[in-house]
Design a binder for this molecule. Structure first.
Ligand SMILES: Cc1ncc(COP(=O)(O)O)c(C=O)c1O
Length: 437
């Protein structure tokens, strides 16, 4: 096993939550995982407390979260939903779109999104992305949008806002509804206005890898009170969850938190990844982050619980210091490599990105990923896909194709110290220079 010196920050008193900046600096000899997943703070204890208090499933925290979230994003309303994808589904239902209605999606996106629209019987079309933000290109949207278009779904990928103001103007000019996919974008804004408040609707995901993690769940933001009421009614018809669900989510998230923790990662996961790589089976479930079975709604429905709302409220209070550190790490890595690597970015000075994942394009992405792993840096790819095969319309989607081939996510999460970030940058530089791309 190839091990390397990396200094991690340990977050005194809140290391499991990953919130805030650590107080103790340690030097260890560990490889770096692509991502850190955390169990929400005191998740087990809170579960027991909520169960004993009879507040696991229903209680005041849901309304409190909806109000706090709406206030943070700057929309009059927010409605909790079972998952990000369920949020999108409820938005479609609330809009009461006719079968065959035209829905335009970003060509490079989370496949669930166009897949869901297709499954519901809509006519799915795509607009290509731009290579800087990796979001929908307004010029490409302009070529495909028409007065037939009913909905446009614009995704802010990996925490970098797309050119949402231009997109909104086009959508409004055609009388369609803009839906913002904000699954990655808690804390991102343009000119002080939060992602999730530009369109008719925004939807956020609270899955385990997202900025707010309630072990599943999500929230829809909207300025339309009648729509919010309808979505709330639809969400209320969902089946209640049960203790089996709770146990499963707690164990699954505890497992994810364990395997992405530096020590178990370096002792168990990293050697396994190296072994798989040796057998040329590197692009497995763990390596790719997206599998066809993830395009279903399975496990992503059921009523959002009061317990999850308490977890989200708690994280909302602490997320800003963590976000500052996340942004600082992302910028340190990107600045350290700007002469050799093309990073995803939105260079509009009014844009604030939350950098859920630091993202770069490499002409030989898979080779870069392989070489980095050998040097102790785990990375993530194929999280988003070129989705254009899901629709039936022709067109050129050269940027989406290229993004699928070239996009790689580098670790820069808040727990990594400056020294670790510099060390990762040095590894990346070495690989790029070796490959000469
Ligand atoms: C861009 C994007 N949109 C939507 C979703 C769906 O969110 P959920 O998994 O909460 O349904 C995801 C999930 O990873 C995503 O990455």
């Amino acid at each position: 096993m190839h091990t390397v010196p990396v200094s991690y920050r340990r977050c005194g008193g809140c290391s499991r939550s990953g919130l805030g900046v650590g107080k103790i600096r340690e030097r260890r000899t560990l490889p770096v995982a692509r991502q850190r997943i955390h169990l929400p703070p005191r998740a087990w204890r809170r579960a027991v407390k909520s169960a004993l208090g009879g507040e696991l499933w229903v209680g005041d925290s849901i309304a409190e979260l909806e109000n706090a979230f709406a206030q943070f994003i700057g929309t009059p309303d927010a409605v909790v939903v079972p998952s990000g994808r369920a949020g999108l589904r409820f938005i479609f239902e609330a809009l009461d779109l006719e079968p065959g209605a035209e829905v335009i999606c970003s060509a490079f996106a989370y496949p669930v999104v166009p897949h869901l629209a297709r499954t519901l019987g809509y006519d799915v079309r795509f607009a290509d992305i731009e290579l800087d933000t990796l979001g929908m290109d307004p010029a490409a949207l302009e070529r495909v949008i028409s007065d037939r278009t009913r909905v446009v779904i614009a995704t802010h990928l990996y925490g970098v806002p797309c050119r949402i103001r231009e997109i909104r103007d086009l959508v409004e000019a055609h009388g369609a509804t803009l839906v913002e996919d904000c699954a990655h974008c808690y804390g991102a804004s343009i000119a002080g206005q939060s992602a999730g408040s530009f369109g008719g609707f925004g939807y956020f995901s609270f899955e385990t890898s997202k900025p707010i993690n309630t072990m599943g769940g999500g929230i829809v933001t909207t300025a339309d009170a009648a729509m919010a009421k309808r979505i709330r009614e639809i969400a209320a018809k969902q089946e209640s969850k049960d203790l089996a669900w709770l146990r499963k989510r707690l164990f699954k998230t505890s497992f994810e938190a364990t395997v992405t923790h530096p020590l178990p990662f370096s002792l168990g996961v990293y050697p396994a990844l190296r072994l798989l790589q040796g057998k040329d089976e590197g692009d497995d479930r763990f390596a790719s982050g997206y599998q066809p079975d993830e395009t279903t709604m399975q496990g992503r429905m059921g009523r959002f619980t009061n317990y999850q709302a308490t977890l989200a409220l708690d994280q909302m209070q602490h997320v800003l210091p963590q976000l500052e550190r996340r942004i600082r790490n992302a910028e340190r890595l990107m600045n350290g490599l700007e002469d050799v690597v093309r990073f995803q970015s939105n260079d509009d000075p009014e844009v604030r990105s939350d950098y859920m994942l630091v993202t770069a394009l490499f002409p030989r992405m898979e080779e870069v990923s392989r070489r980095l792993l050998k040097l102790g840096v785990d990375s993530k790819h194929h999280y988003m896909r070129d989705c254009t095969a899901i629709g039936e319309h022709g067109g050129s989607f050269a940027n989406a194709e290229r993004a699928e081939r070239e996009v790689l996510h580098l670790p820069a999460y808040p727990e990594l110290s400056d020294a670790s970030i510099d060390w990762i940058a040095e590894r990346v530089r070495r690989v790029v220079e070796e490959l000469g791309d």
